[in-house]
Design a protein around this ligand. Sequence first.
Ligand code: SF4
Length: 365
Amino acid sequence: MKFQDEYRDRELVQGLAAAIAEEARQLPEPVRLMEVCGTHTMAIARFGLKSLLPEPVKLVSGPGCPVCVTPVSYIDHAIALSGLPDTVVTTFGDLLRVPGSNSSLMAERAKGADIRIVYSALDAVKLALELPHKRVVFLGVGFETTTPTVAAAILSAEQQGCTNFFVLTSHKTMPGPMQALSADPQLQIRGYLCPAHVSTVIGADAYRPLAEKFGIPCVVTGFEPADVLQGVLMLVQQCRAGRAAVENQYSRAVSNQGNAKAQELIRRVFEPADAVWRGLGVLPDSGLVLRAAYAGYDAARMLPVELPPAREPAGCRCGEVLTGRIAPKDCPLFGSVCSPETPVGACMVSSEGSCAAAWRYGCPE
Ligand code: SF4
């Protein structure tokens, strides 16, 4: 398949692995690199790419899975909304099984709450138009890749005079957590594989302040095995040379400036706000909330509910997994109490979670 097979070519992949090994021999010290994208996490696990890296090059996963970084309090909020009369909660499938403090959306649905899976925010607007006597709440979770579609749905609802559509927002922006992780001396991150989908929207230039402030190389990287290994090679080359630049391995899809139309859609409907990240706590201006002009679509403002005190699942170490402090197998619950059939934490539920990836494909570390 065009744009896929050539990036999975065995000789090309082996050549890149050999080039990384050669560069690594000249590193003054071992380096710790981080990928910050759930799709990268899955691709790296699926193709066993960590096993191709030499000893001095360690690749760890960061907070790149949007479902995983969504805090327990958000799930609690969604569950509380599902308990309101004449209310339909709509969501992407991944959120359904994420444990809240006392329950999950799946469990509430089994008890009778009207919770439906949709494939886009526009589907939720359509449902709201079909059910004028119900309130339809869409769970808006995701990074800059998802946010423009939610903005478009809100504008569509506005255009159609749809007043029974609401969004419970937990949208987040990517450079914020990378800044927080870079500032943590314990983590010793020496380079980032920057997310591909997010970067199609925000552009490679978005990482320049990070590279300049912290002296950490950033390489925007695609998803295929050759992409990932070339991204790692570019990072290792920078580490060896003592450089810290933003480079773009994925130039076939990502520009320096990103997608201006998508950025404008986000700006029109959302504004920056502090956000809570699982594992990282509150990060300033790392989230997006609806502007006052769109307050009528904001489920948090328009549909007040009482929330229980937020409580992380007992024993779950998702926070440490999401910040690269531990690997999934270091969690004592991994594979025993916690599995995709009986997930304890979000990292095992999400199709892009590190624990789910390690369970599905095995993990070499
Ligand atoms: Fe949480 Fe399960 Fe991952 Fe442990 S294995 S960190 S309990 S999701």
